[in-house]
Design a protein around this ligand. Structure first.
Ligand SMILES: [Zn+2]
Length: 100
């Protein structure tokens, strides 16, 4: 087997490992069970402690200070579809009543 043909799968594997490491470094983990919360799951913040997942929250003695939803990696990078029909309709009515 030529050296070049063997080097490509090793490069792919190295890039894949780096990508997985980077993804897992960005994800939140529960401070108690170290589980990565699911997308859409609510995590809870406590004063000076790491966040807890929904399951471990039941075991915490005090109420959480705040909570937030876990978003997927596409959050903030996707297109937002907005409905401009109402604004367009109002603009069209204004122009017809003004006669312009
Ligand atoms: Zn947990």
């Amino acid at each position: 087997m030529p050296l070049f043909a063997r080097a490509i799968p090793e490069l792919e594997l190295a890039l894949l490992r780096r990508g997985v490491d980077e993804l897992s470094a960005e994800q939140e983990r529960c401070g108690r069970c170290a589980r990565t919360p699911l997308v859409g799951e609510r995590v809870y913040s406590y004063d000076g402690r790491p966040v807890l997942c929904e399951l471990c929250r039941a075991l915490a003695p005090d109420p959480p200070l705040a909570s937030h939803l876990v978003h997927g990696p596409e959050f903030g990078h996707t297109m937002r579809i907005t409905d401009h029909r109402v604004a367009h309709r109002a603009r069209r009515q204004r122009t017809t009543t003004d006669g312009t």
